[in-house]
Write a protein that binds this ligand. Structure first.
Ligand code: T5A
Length: 211
């Protein structure tokens, strides 16, 4: 039996991660795999409280380092309470954002030294890394337009355009540096086209794992 995999979905706001997660869930479960679907920041009661602190406007102006450390605090709890136990029990894990988001937002977006993030990644995660990451890539204006139609902007969505340009560039650099793990999806296309590419990518990955 092949080992369970850890799959993550990344992209700027409004990229279509919610739709993509649902497609992935259906395809993975159709191959008979148990699956934990979760998200970051969040995924545990403590993590969800930290999510409210991070995304809400009560702490506008929090220091960049505070933001970074809260992301990793939520992640430490998530790994400890949910992700590692699920993988150990043979379940796949599908996560809406993970540490690539920290590199993209806190690293490329806020300008925190990537080596600091790498040190926290090693400390909090040990050797744990995603097996597959789908990056939904699209122009910033389009993503923000899609996200804006949905709800009032959270603390991140209130950032300037230039911030999201850096985040997008960061994600693309991360994908270029780890082509064996990343699959980049052109998320500017129609929902049908994006869905087809997502399904193709996960089916290929599942085939490679003999499932
Ligand atoms: N963060 C997170 C960090 O800074 N560091 C970290 O380490 C982590 C883990 C989390 C925030 O935290 C930050 C990043 C984020 O700012 P979130 O709610 O998880 O916030 O992330 P968001 O990106 O804000 O989530 P969204 O719900 O905005 O984005 P989605 O899920 O990508 O977008 P989705 O699927 O809801 O789609 C948006 C709209 O577009 C439509 C959908 O129907 C929907 O209405 N749509 C399309 N329309 C046309 N064509 C397509 N192809 C479409 N795809 C979707």
């Amino acid at each position: 039996m092949s080992r369970p995999c850890f799959v993550t979905v990344e992209g700027i706001e409004g990229a279509g991660k919610t739709t993509c997660l649902e497609l992935l869930r259906v395809r993975i479960e159709a191959r008979g795999q148990r699956l934990l679907v979760t998200r970051e920041p969040g995924g545990t009661p403590l993590g969800e409280e930290l999510r409210n602190v991070l995304l809400g406007h009560r702490h506008d102006g929090m220091a960049d380092d505070t933001e970074l450390l809260l992301m990793f605090a939520a992640r430490a709890e998530h790994l400890h309470a949910r992700i590692e136990p699920a993988l150990a029990a043979g379940s796949w894990v599908l996560c809406d954002r993970f540490t690539d988001a920290t590199y993209a937002y806190q690293g490329f977006g806020r300008g925190i030294d990537l080596e600091r993030i790498r040190a926290l990644e090693d400390w909090v995660q040990g050797p744990r890394r995603p097996d597959l990451t789908l990056l939904l890539d699209l122009p910033v204006e389009l993503g923000l337009e899609r996200a804006g139609k949905r709800s009032a902007p959270d603390r991140f969505e209130s950032q300037a355009m230039a911030f999201f340009e850096r985040v997008r560039r960061g994600y693309r650099e991360l994908a270029r540096a780890a082509p064996q793990r990343f699959r980049v999806i052109d998320a500017a296309r129609s929902l049908d086209q994006v869905s087809r590419q997502v399904v193709d990518e996960i089916d290929r990955f599942l085939d490679e794992h003999g499932l």
